[in-house]
Ligand binder design. Structure first.
Ligand code: AMP
Length: 286
């Protein structure tokens, strides 16, 4: 397994593979890897095959964090991450520095961004106004450096995957996007690097996100229900966990992300809940 931290070296390697007709599968991450991330890597290998190349990137992208967010304390364990990726037979781990990704030369700071203007406005985009601009920009840059044929993203970040798919379609990136299922802990909590922030009491209550999704699914199995009503019911349901503070619950069309008035089987639900300063998200199709 090769570890590459220079952008130029990454792109050179990718171009060499491309010229040889080698398929490239790519999994972008912010590191502190868990089984969910690793399932995306396995999926990438499955798609490109033994003859293909699998690249994983580990980069905590500053432009997708607001100044008030957890950039400085985002968990990191590069040594453990590299061990996990090596065991999975990853070919290259791309670990650029901030200076590589956003160079600040004298007189010419970094000044180009990609902005998706529709799907990125609601939910995570409303709660974190500069977040998706950072995500689309860094993913576009990574695509230009890794030159993947296929890139794998997690359904855990449903809106992110939708925004990336739109960017790829709108800007004609020659990349196939695969969205892979959310891996969960035994009790149902979606795996996330941010779960590390939770103290034992918060961790025990964090399963409320998953239970809220299940309760909503139950509520719409036999008949549809108004979004307003289901929202009120779930708000009450989540408040039953005393350490939980609801940020949002949304019911929307999985393709357009347009909010629905009436929730039925097939509607997508997403929610964000704070436990102290830790903000957790989850989603599912009902
Ligand atoms: P992150 O390191 O949090 O930026 O996530 C990197 C990729 O892993 C993204 O495509 C996420 O959607 C995906 N991911 C995060 N958590 C999970 C999970 N529990 N199951 C599957 N994929 C995940």
């Amino acid at each position: 397994m090769q570890i590459v931290s220079s952008s130029a070296a990454m792109q050179r390697l990718a171009r060499k593979w491309q010229r040889a007709g080698t398929h490239i599968g790519f999994v972008p991450t912010m590191g502190y890897l868990h089984a969910g991330h690793l399932s995306l890597v396995q999926r990438a290998r499955l798609v490109v095959g033994k003859a293909g190349k699998v690249v994983a990137s580990i980069y905590v992208n500053p432009t997708q964090f607001a100044p008030t967010e957890d950039l400085a304390k985002y968990p990191r364990d590069l040594k453990r991450d590299l061990k996990s990726l090596r065991e999975l037979g990853v070919d290259v781990v791309f670990t650029p520095s901030d200076g590589e990704m956003y160079p600040h030369q004298a007189g010419s700071g970094y000044s180009t961004y990609i902005v998706e203007e529709n799907l990125s406005q609601s939910m995570e985009g409303a709660a974190r106004p500069t977040h998706f601009r950072g995500v689309t920009t860094v993913v576009a840059k990574l695509f230009n450096l890794v030159l993947p044929d296929v890139a794998v993203f997690g359904q855990k970040d449903f809106q992110q995957a939708a925004v990336i798919k739109r960017m790829v379609a709108d800007l004609n990136f020659p990349v196939r996007i695969i969205v892979a299922p959310t891996l969960r802990e035994r009790d149902g909590l979606a795996m996330s690097s941010r779960n590390k922030y939770l103290d034992p009491e918060q961790r025990a209550q964090a399963v409320i996100l998953y239970h809220a999704l299940q309760a909503a699914r139950m509520a719409v199995t036999k008949q549809s229900i108004s979004a307003e009503r289901l929202h009120a019911d779930l708000k009450e349901f989540i408040t039953a966990a005393p350490l939980a503070r609801l940020d949002y619950v949304s019911f929307f069309d999985p393709e357009t992300l347009e909010p629905v008035k009436q929730v039925a089987a097939g509607t997508q639900m997403a929610l964000a809940v704070f436990f102290g300063k830790t903000r957790l998200i989850d989603n599912a199709q009902l």
